[in-house]
Ligand binder design. Structure first.
Ligand SMILES: Cc1cc2nc3c(=O)[nH]c(=O)nc-3n(C[C@H](O)[C@H](O)[C@H](O)COP(=O)(O)OP(=O)(O)OC[C@H]3O[C@@H](n4cnc5c(N)ncnc54)[C@H](O)[C@@H]3O)c2cc1C
Length: 382
């Protein structure tokens, strides 16, 4: 199996790396302190103008049609500099991909250019509810047909970018009598739709720069044309898109892991105790060797899943394996980095504490590690 990147993928990675170091890294610490929203939004618009908001959408609708490998490479580079910006870009790309895959021509022609060219800073993916997290088929948000409209009622929670998304893809129950998951449809709802209310920002452990809010639908009327794909076929769409999103979260995890360990390796070469550099202590060398190996293994799993997706092969199991392993790797790598820094690792100024906090959610969102194991086991044993 070959993992050589195409010329276009190399270019996208180089361009993402440059943008990340010049534009994202300088703001990451401020975003982590809850400051710098204007800079974040500027960066999101410019990332879109550079082709990073709709990497998998067709060129005729403004997308980059670059593929899943390019998407993974870009998200990894963004996360290396700023995980909060990376998750925003990952979700926006997921939304663009949903629209590209099931939207009607008019929906694609209206929304995709707005996402792809930065008219919207971000797009939101509304699936989770208070009673439906790991088990999204248990959702309750309802969409009742009323003449030429649907009326949405209910609440989604923990929605990334809710405060500045231009449009949301929203999953809702259209047939409450259907078996679980069979009566769900997916809608496109602009953020200025009447009856759509954004809840207060959640206070989080990490990824502070990315907004996370409830999105409340209070008799929110949308035209019947807001339905994407076929009525009652939305859950299948969600399941398919979550698999693609897992490649994004895996890449994001890899970026965080690399950033933390690069800082730790530099510190180990520079800091002296007992008259020796930390890097000369075998105990620390072994930690570094283990993390280096895991980071490389995570990279290969991500590329393997993304390449399978680009070939049109089934990739759900590969994406779950990549997400599970990369997110657990990020957890270990960021913890190791703090350990190698000693007390300085616990002090915010050195920047490794941020990576530790940012990594924690990667084992939970887009399906927790337990849910990834469930999918891997189901695919393995079927
Ligand atoms: C910062 C942040 C951003 C998010 N962004 C979005 C977003 O943009 N859009 C969106 O729709 N959602 C988003 N989410 C929601 C996220 O995807 C869910 O939190 C996640 O899927 C877990 O659901 P839950 O929180 O309800 O946990 P629960 O489902 O209640 O799970 C609780 C625990 O039980 C375990 N568990 C559950 N079921 C099983 C099982 N069958 N076997 C073994 N263990 C199990 C879980 O692994 C977990 O450890 C976000 C969440 C956060 C915190």
């Amino acid at each position: 199996m070959h993992f050589s990147l195409s010329e276009e993928e190399e270019m996208i990675r180089a361009s993402a790396r440059r943008f990340a170091s010049e534009r994202l890294a300088p703001h990451a610490a401020a975003l982590d302190r809850g400051e710098g929203r204007a800079a974040l939004l500027d960066n999101l618009r410019d990332l879109a103008r550079n082709g990073f908001a709709a990497l998998n959408a067709p060129v005729e609708y403004g997308g980059s049609a670059a593929g899943a490998v390019a998407f993974a490479l870009a998200i990894e580079e963004f996360a290396y500099a700023c995980a909060a910006t990376a998750v925003t870009m990952s979700v926006t790309n997921m939304v663009a991909e949903v629209i590209a895959s099931v939207g009607a021509h008019e929906q694609k022609a209206f929304y995709l250019p707005r996402i792809a060219e930065g008219a919207y800073c971000a797009a939101g993916f509304c699936l989770t509810e208070a009673g439906a997290g790991s088990d999204p088929a248990g959702m309750r948000l309802s969409a009742r047909r009323d003449g030429d409209f649907y009326v949405l009622n209910g609440e989604k929670i923990y929605i990334t970018s809710a405060e500045y998304a231009g449009v949301f893809v929203v999953w809702a129950v259209t047939d409450p009598t259907a078996p679980k998951g069979k009566g769900v449809s997916v809608f496109l709802v602009p953020s200025d739709a009447q009856g759509l209310v954004i809840g207060a920002p959640e206070k989080k452990l990490g990824q502070h720069g990315s907004a996370t809010n409830a999105v409340i639908f209070d008799n929110c009327r949308v035209p019947a044309a807001a339905l994407m794909g076929r009525e009652n076929d939305g859950f299948r769409v969600a399941v398919g898109e979550l698999a693609g999103g897992r490649i994004g979260v895996a890449a994001l995890s890899l970026g965080i892991a690399r950033a933390a360990m690069d800082k730790a390796k530099a510190y180990a070469r520079e800091r002296t105790q007992f008259g020796k550099k930390l890097a000369e202590f075998q105990g620390l060398q072994w930690m570094i060797a283990d993390r280096e190996t895991e980071i490389e293994a995570a990279r290969l799993l991500i590329l393997s899943a993304a390449a399978a997706k680009d070939r049109g092969d089934s990739f759900a199991k590969a994406a779950s394996m990549a997400k599970l392993f990369a997110s657990e790797t990020a957890q270990r790598a960021t913890d190791t980095a703090v350990q190698i820094f000693g007390g300085a690792g616990y002090i915010e100024e050195t920047g490794v504490a941020r990576h530790l906090r940012d990594a924690r959610i990667t084992r939970i969102y887009e399906g927790s590690s337990e849910i990834q194991r469930l999918i891997i086991a189901r695919e393995t044993l079927k």
